[in-house]
Write a protein that binds this ligand. Sequence first.
Ligand SMILES: Nc1ncnc2c1ncn2[C@@H]1O[C@H](COP(=O)(O)OP(=O)(O)O)[C@@H](O)[C@H]1O
Ligand SMILES: [Mg+2]
Length: 236
Amino acid sequence: MSHHYVKFDHVSYDYPNGFKALDDVSFLITHGEKVGLVGANGAGKSTVILHANGLLMPQKGGVVIGDVPITKETLPIIRRTVGLVFQNPDDQLFMPTVEEDVAFGPLNMKLPEEEVRRRVGEALKAVGAYDLRSRPTYELSGGQKRSVAIAGVLAMEPDVLVLDEPSSNLDPHARRLMIDRVAGFRHTCIIATHDMEMVKELCPRTIVMSRGRVVADGRTDEIFADRNLLERGGLV
Ligand SMILES: Nc1ncnc2c1ncn2[C@@H]1O[C@H](COP(=O)(O)OP(=O)(O)O)[C@@H](O)[C@H]1O
Ligand SMILES: [Mg+2]
């Protein structure tokens, strides 16, 4: 895949209870862009993110990663390409220890043991969680779990990194490490968040969602300067 763009093409999605969570969402993110996805609680950010690697499939429209449309058949390649960090780390961590959890993805990719060890060490150090490596995942704090979940995705060295509220529950030091690591990520990155300072720092572009729709998509500095828009988006 030469161009790791992310394309949402008129995506609509209703949850099984009939709630319309996405209503005709379209955007194109080109390779190497870092984009903030913002909006009030319930705006549809997490639903967008779950569509980025096929955990949810659009009922109308389509999602394309690089030149690969997301379908049941392409899911294995999509899952290798798009690294997704869930909003709730308890949905992500399932191995007994931190080290095993972060190694799970790389082992699944059938990488040599040496390479797995290197990636696990590097990813845990990048998020400041190396000292936790032998700890059982279930006894970690919320913030520690989040750091480990982020490390698990970094260790897979995805082409597209998708993070759902990555800074929530992180202490200032862990937040700083996470932001610096994401800043150093050379590929495409989508970050759903309420952390506007992080968006300003990391994302030249911002997409604003409200009630399942994209209500603005443009330069972060321009969007953040538009008080009316922020109010309409429930962001101030
Ligand atoms: N599993 C679900 N079943 C029904 N409705 C849901 C489900 N998950 C989310 N929703 C609803 O869809 C809307 C969008 O949710 P979500 O994408 O999680 O928003 P955000 O991440 O922006 O807070 C919300 O109104 C939420 O209540
Ligand atoms: Mg959410």
